[in-house]
Every structure is written in C-alpha cells, then in structure tokens.
Write a protein that binds this ligand. Structure first.
Ligand SMILES: CCCCC/C=C\C/C=C\CCC/C=C/C(=O)SCCNC(=O)CCNC(=O)[C@H](O)C(C)(C)COP(=O)(O)OP(=O)(O)OC[C@H]1O[C@@H](n2cnc3c(N)ncnc32)[C@H](O)[C@@H]1OP(=O)(O)O
Length: 325
C-alpha cells in the first residue's frame, strides 16, 4: 500500500513539475500552485498547522488538474514534520462578469461581488461542487480511467492521512465536496441555510462508489446513509449536524477561528496514539478499495461510458446551465 501510494505520488510530482504548476514559494509559510493555496500558521520550530484553500473557479470542482495539485500539496505537508494538522477550506471565489469589491472597502463587504449596476451582490459560498462533471462527460474510456484513478488517490490519501484533518465548510458541499469533508477527522460548517452538504449522486442518475458509501456509513450510520444515498439528500447545516454529516455548525464569520481552536484540542493528544487509533478505525474500509483499485477503475469507466449515464449527465449539465434563465 505504502509503495503504491509512493509510486503514484512520484508520478503526480513529475506531472506537476513538468507542467510548471508551482507559482510561488514563500519560505515554509505559504506555497501555492494554481488551484490550491497552502498557508501555515504557528511559530517556526513549533508545531504548525496548515490551511489548504481551494481556488478552482468557478465552483471548486475536482478537475483532474485540481486533484493532481491537491495531492502534491498534501504530500508536501505530510513530509513536513513540523505540520501536524491541516484545515481544508475554500478560498473566496469570484465569478464571471462580476468584479471583486475593492480591498479598501469594509471588511464585511470584501467577499461580496458587484453586479453590472455596481450594486453589492452577496454570492453563495462554495466549498466544492464535487467531481468535475466535464471530466465524466463526453470523454473516452482512457480519460475516465485516468480521472477515476486520481479520484481514488485523493480519497485514499485523505482518508488514511496521518495528519489531523479538519474541514471548515464555508459553502455548498455536494457529492465530491462532501467526500472531501467526510474524509476529515472533524467538520465545522458555516450556519448559512443556502449551504448544503451530502451525497446527491442519485439525483444525477449516477451512483456513489462503494468506498465513498462506506465512508458515509462510517460517518452517519447505516440507516441514515441508506436513506440519504437513495434520496440524494443535500442537508442544510442544522440537518447536517443532526444526522452527523458535520460535527459543529457555527456562525459564518467564526468558522475559521472555531476550527483553529478545535484543532488545538486535537493536537494536544499524542500523535502516535491518535494516529494508531485512526488507522485502527479506518484501515479495513480503505483496504476494501486498495485490494480492488483496478477493478473499481474499470467498473467506473464502463459505467460512466454507458449511453444512459451520459444522457443523464447531459441533462443534469443542461439543467445547471439553464437554471438561472
Ligand atoms: C451499479 C454499478 C455502480 C458502478 C459505480 C461505479 C462508479 C461510480 C460512478 C460514478 C460516481 C461518480 C461520483 C460523482 C460525484 C460527484 O461529485 S458528481 C458532481 C456533483 N455535484 C453537483 O451536483 C453540484 C452541481 N452544481 C451545483 O449545484 C451548483 O453549481 C453550485 C455548486 C451549488 C453553485 O451554484 P451557483 O453559485 O449558482 O453556480 P452555477 O450553478 O451557476 O455554476 C457555475 C458554473 O459551474 C458549473 N458547474 C457547477 N458544478 C459543476 C461540477 N460539479 N462540475 C463541472 N462544472 C460545474 C455550472 O455548470 C456553471 O457553468 P456555466 O457557467 O453555466 O458554464
């Protein structure tokens, strides 16, 4: 397993440097590639935590490039012995024909955008819109296989990470967005009813893979997962808390500070005992995928290539495109 992960990581690292994706390195405190910004907090020499901010506009979908860059960043953090905890969150996104409010304006307005009339327009936040539908639609089986391998890799890396992982869910988090969150050790969600989280695959006419289903069952229990998966339920924060998809819901402006304070409590636990416990809880679920990765890839590629599935994805994409009209 470790060898397989190291080999896959070497491939990803080579791909990353070939494409020249690393844009900026600022000592050990901040590094970024195009789609993931990593900031570290804490004094040099002491235990530090890192914040991984997704910035893949317009909706932080998990494109192949994003997955590659994410895994490279995570690997760098895993190899940095001063880092013990990582927070996953979304960088604020701006979109399309809107312009960002000038940084000189009031703090509460900074994350807003202006419409054409110059009026401030609050956009709903997006943690991640999940897997990139355009990676799964209208491509060839070889592409589907490559994409699925990267999705598996992301899940395995996160699910088995020795770091303490927390998600600060500051926006919508459907499907693959929920995947990112439920691989973490702890989830804190912003109390905004516009934000929802869950595995909504069935609404798209597709099916969550067995290993993600297992992760969901481990998180919210069998009966709740059975119902939520069939219905493709996207839970608003209060319901997500009730069912256990998230561990805490806090006011939107407190998500980051609250996550930092919970992280401090987790980091007070000795690493070796916490890590061994985590492995004990998660290994069997991860091993189920590890022992049949190739079969899972083939299964995905043939499932997603079916005419009926492509038709469902086409309809869903059209629905997204025209929902504003
Ligand atoms: C029995 C056999 C079983 C075999 C099983 C084997 C394998 C398993 C098979 C398949 C498993 C696949 C698992 C899939 C997991 C996923 O993650 S699928 C993706 C699910 N995601 C969604 O449903 C989210 C869709 N998006 C939205 O709901 C909204 O966009 C939003 C995130 C709430 C944001 O809303 P809003 O702010 O209003 O923005 P827009 O809707 O206008 O979107 C802006 C543009 O972004 C495009 N877009 C949105 N989401 C995605 C996405 N996931 N991928 C790619 N692109 C996306 C959207 O179309 C807009 O584009 P245009 O501006 O119109 O061009």
């Amino acid at each position: 397993m470790a060898m397989a992960l190291r080999a896959a990581s070497r491939v990803l690292l080579r791909a990353g440097s070939r494409l020249g994706r690393r844009e900026a390195v600022d000592g050990a405190r901040r590094f970024a590639n195009k789609r993931v910004l990593v900031e570290t907090e804490g004094a040099a020499g002491a235990t530090r935590i890192a914040v991984m901010k997704f910035r893949n506009p317009p909706v932080n979908s998990l494109s192949l490039d994003f997955l590659t860059e994410f895994v490279i960043s995570l690997e760098k953090l895993e190899n940095d012995k001063s880092i013990r905890g990582v927070i996953l969150t979304s960088d604020s996104l701006k979109r399309g024909n809107q312009t960002k409010v000038a940084a000189t304006e009031k703090t509460e307005e900074k994350r807003a955008t202006r419409d054409h009339g110059g009026r401030l327009q609050e956009r709903p936040g997006i943690f991640s819109a999940g897997l990139d539908l355009l990676e799964m639609y209208g491509r060839n089986p070889a592409h589907y296989a490559e994409y699925w391998k990267a999705v598996q890799e992301l899940w395995l890396r996160l699910y088995l990470s020795s770091l303490t992982l927390m998600s600060a869910i500051n926006g919508a988090s459907p499907a693959g967005g929920c995947l990112l969150a439920i691989t973490c050790d702890y989830r804190i969600m912003a109390d905004n009813p516009k934000y929802t989280i869950g595995l909504n695959e069935s609404l798209l006419g597709i099916v969550a893979p067995f290993w993600l289903k297992d992760n969901y069952v481990n998180t919210i229990g069998h009966r709740a997962a059975e119902r939520a998966l069939q219905l493709g339920t996207l839970f608003p924060p209060a319901e997500a808390l009730k069912v256990g998809v998230v561990d805490e819901v806090v006011p939107e402006d407190q998500v980051h500070s609250k996550t930092l304070s919970v992280m401090a409590k987790w980091l007070a636990i000795p690493d070796h005992s916490r890590q061994l416990t985590k492995t004990m809880m998660r290994k069997a679920t991860a091993d189920n995928l590890i022992k049949q990765r190739e079969a899972d890839i083939q299964n995905f590629a043939s499932f997603i290539s079916r005419d009926s599935i492509q038709k469902s994805l086409h309809m869903y994409l059209e629905k997204l495109k025209h929902k504003k009209g």
